[in-house]
Design a protein around this ligand. Structure first.
Ligand code: BJW
Length: 236
């Protein structure tokens, strides 16, 4: 493996699947159980806030029943032992990367354990239900919403992500279907800037052909193997 100095990793729902969290687009996944338009758009929230708040309350509460898996632990090991620059970007709103030991995680689609006040714009750590419209801890207006990025909204920290994609020499996509933009376009962005691109996924994704290499299998096996490779080639 050529010398690698800067890595950008993008993770999706597939990395959490073996921890017991449903993916979105699998048969029986979240988008078969709930209509996207109802629960993952600002228009859906305006129409029926209780439905949306209940959906996210249920998913936040379910986090207490799941644990990080070996793929999360391997990425934490990479953060600790890799001597170069690493940016871990996740589309996931759960906290399994942090609980698996990663200290620096960029949640581009927000977090279940964060509340966004639609009155004052403050983002607050949040662990309890929102369905009864509790007040914002800062301005006290009962105007909180889940701090997640719905369709039609701008994902977080895009400037930082694109800057890292411009300079990385390796881009790795783990457990994502490549169905949702802008994340689905990161592989092309990294590639035109000269990075090698690797996909680790259970099955070929919508964007597989865009990667230099795709490895198929469960994240809990593929990710630790790949991390071992990187650390041994970097002398880590
Ligand atoms: C395993 C595994 C195992 C299973 N091991 N692997 C037309 C064309 C292009 C774009 C658009 C368009 N019309 C609209 C758009 C834009 C829109 C979009 O992309 N729509 C598409 C449907 C086409 N995007 C947006 O609106 C975004 N905002 C935006 O674009 O702003 C403007 C902008 C412009 C320019 C620059 C920047 C911004 C916002 C998107 C927000 C997405 N939000 C959600 C919900 C978040 C909160 C929540 O969780 O409820 O994010 S939707 C949902 O999909 C969630 C996920 O993060 C996201 C991606 O899903 P993911 O992670 O890929 O999951 P799955 O289920 O799809 O795939 C799982 C994969 O894992 C599969 O491949 C399995 O095989 C694999 N797997 N088990 C390894 N054990």
């Amino acid at each position: 493996m050529a010398e690698i100095e800067r890595i950008v990793i993008l993770t999706g729902a597939g990395i959490s699947a073996e921890s017991g969290i449903d993916t979105f687009r699998a048969a029986g996944g979240l988008w078969e159980q709930h209509r996207i338009e109802d629960v993952a758009t600002p228009e859906g929230f305006a129409r029926d806030p209780r439905l949306v708040l209940g959906f996210y309350d249920m998913r936040r509460a379910a986090l207490a029943q799941v644990e990080p898996n070996p793929a999360h632990a391997a990425l934490a090991r990479l953060e600790r032992d890799f001597a170069g620059e690493l940016l871990l970007v996740t589309q996931n709103v759960n906290d399994l990367h942090e609980r698996g030991g990663s200290a620096r995680v960029l949640h581009m689609h927000g977090e279940l354990k964060s509340a966004l006040c639609t009155a004052c714009g403050t983002r607050s750590r949040w662990e309890v239900p929102m369905i009864d419209r509790p007040p914002c801890p800062v301005c006290h207006a009962p105007m909180l919403r889940p701090d997640v990025v719905w369709f039609g909204e701008m994902p977080y920290e895009m400037g930082r992500i694109y800057r890292a994609l411009e300079t990385c020499d390796l881009f790795v996509s783990i457990g994502t279907s490549g169905a949702v933009y802008p994340a689905a376009g990161f592989v092309q962005e990294a590639r035109v800037n000269g990075a090698r691109t690797l996909e680790l996924n259970l099955e070929p994704s919508e964007g597989s052909r865009l990667f230099h290499e795709t490895r198929l299998g469960p994240a809990s096996a593929l990710v630790p193997e790949w991390v071992d490779e990187v650390l041994s080639s970097a002398g880590g």
